[in-house]
Write a protein that binds this ligand. Sequence first.
Ligand code: HEM
Ligand SMILES: [Cu+2]
Length: 643
Amino acid sequence: MKASPIPSMQDGPNAPAAVRRSLADTWDDPPGIRGFFAAINHKTIARRFMLATFVFFVLGGLIALAMRIQLAKPDLRLVDPDLYNQMFTLHGTTMMFLFAVPVMQAIATYLVPLMIGARSVAFSRMNAYAFWVFVLGGAFLYGSFLLGSASSAGWFSYVPLAGPDYSPGKGVDIWAQMITFTETAALLEAIVLITTIFKMRAPGMSLNRMPLFVWATLITQFMVLFAMPAVMLGSTSLILDRLVGTQFFNPARGGDALLWQHLFWFFGHPEVYLIFIPPLGMISAIIPTFARRTLFGYPAMVLALFATAFLAFGLWVHHMYATDIPQLGKSFFTAASLMIAVPSGIQIFCWLATLATGRLNFKTPLWFVLAFFVILVMGGMTGVMLGSVSLDLQVHDTYFVVAHLHYVLLGGAVFPLFGAFYYWFPKFTGRMLNETLGRWNFWLMFVGFNVAFFPMHLLGLQGMPRRIWTYAPDMGWEGMNLLATAGAWTLAAGILVFIVNVLRSRRHGALAGDNPWGAATLEWSMPSPPPPHNFDVMPVVHGRNPLWEPAGSPRWVAGLAANARQVLVTSVIDARPDSCPVFPSPSIWPFVSALATTALFIGSVYTPWAVVWGTIPTAIAMTIWFWPNRLNTQRAVFLERKP
Ligand code: HEM
Ligand SMILES: [Cu+2]
């Protein structure tokens, strides 16, 4: 019998340095340019993903600043109306599609494996593919803006405004393709994350011991699976109406314009919650750490997350109160909209109970969480107001709504995100962010935010419509608008301080060590930054707060290969060890497939035939991607036969 080509080498609690080195080599990305495009390690992809979404956030923010300058004084003519329309469309689209949802997925692909005790995400090549598709799609949208042909039909693209008659040119086509594109990436990421959470948790981490951030991610990704197809169906129908003459949305030919609004808001309302639920998980990670006690009411928190997600799908019509849908329908949706306050109230109660009974450690992450309470409660209150038909009809399409949506989105997502970044930055980089700069960052953002957006409530009540490019001097709106612009710049200064802090601390920050905050979850049990393979030995979990509890036994699962990408798969409910498959190795083909997919998508904006010829390179690239690698197969067979 021929000797096996693969020497046996295993991890284990007393692994010699050579074994640890071998694990790191096995899980690391290959070097060089080729290695750059072949990278599939979940932390590498997640870092790039976070950077890309942050770049989009800054771009979207710069456009917002430009809009605020244009609105600072009455009768300004710095940009023309058409450019203004392109700007708010691009701003809304960027923030919602290229920042808020993907940034949550990016952070989750970094943290989830570390929090559940896994060496990788499931489908790590698909994870890389999704990232490239996302970046290329976003770049494509900005390309159209630079070439002066961006959509100006708003981030909601209502038909008939976005239809072929009122929006000629390529702008809306590019917008619609970009939606299909980035939402494809979102769907793939959802599948990656759901599978990872269900099948790759460390032994002993039954569902009822998962950290709340992991719960929040799981629930959010299910929402992605249900919500995104609606808007993809919409964007695809829209582009068919525009390019090949179907009539989905044309009432004159048997279509239905309201169908667009239903498809869009069936996605659009849950979208707000899938932006908002992961931060709830981040807050549930930050509060116990900085209150130095376990979280109050874990089961209630999980149920509240479920209830929020469930109700979120029953509210979309509150964006359509101004259309002529039946009155009874509006009443139902009013009731459902008000009900969503209940689960939010439960969670806020649990957090406050935890804070009230803990010993608080006032560091920057906690400040951002406290700001979340203040801002979100404000946004929630105006939300309850808008949830009722009568008030909504009064302030529909005024700045009251702009104020409300920014209170919810920035309070619900941006402030917790900054807190989360201060919290996990030491794990990402091995260094702490500077506290003093952190305080400046926080106060500039908090004050700037309120100065920018609070006056907009009043402007709205005084009748200033949203999406106007300028206004007459005698309307009485001047003072508030100037104030709002000053606030927006203060907020931007806060974000600039953040960027400075990150750039400085990345090189010169204080060294963090494994667990600088004294937190309880598994990601803090490994060195900062984590090695490519995350865990030297797979941990076994005995409770909800693994690092705060006396370790039970067994403490490890040893015996996974150190020179092959072997992982431990466990059962869905109680995480019992199930099997030890071998994962594929790095490959440039996910990247090439993403390029081919992009060519197909972009091409089809210009000719429907691109759908036909574009599938050929895509199919070839994907076939090579999935072609079994001989060495990998040999390894898998060898490891399976091992006694
Ligand atoms: C960084 C600070 C921000 C400023 C100064 C800002 C400012 C603005 C302005 C001036 C508008 C246009 C209002 C109009 O003309 O009707 C707007 C619209 C909008 N913003 Fe922001 N914004 C900011 C951050 C965000 C964030 C973080 C999000 C989402 C996560 C967001 C989502 C939106 C949306 C969805 C619209 C509606 C666009 C539309 O009507 O088509 N914004 N914002
Ligand atoms: Cu809504």
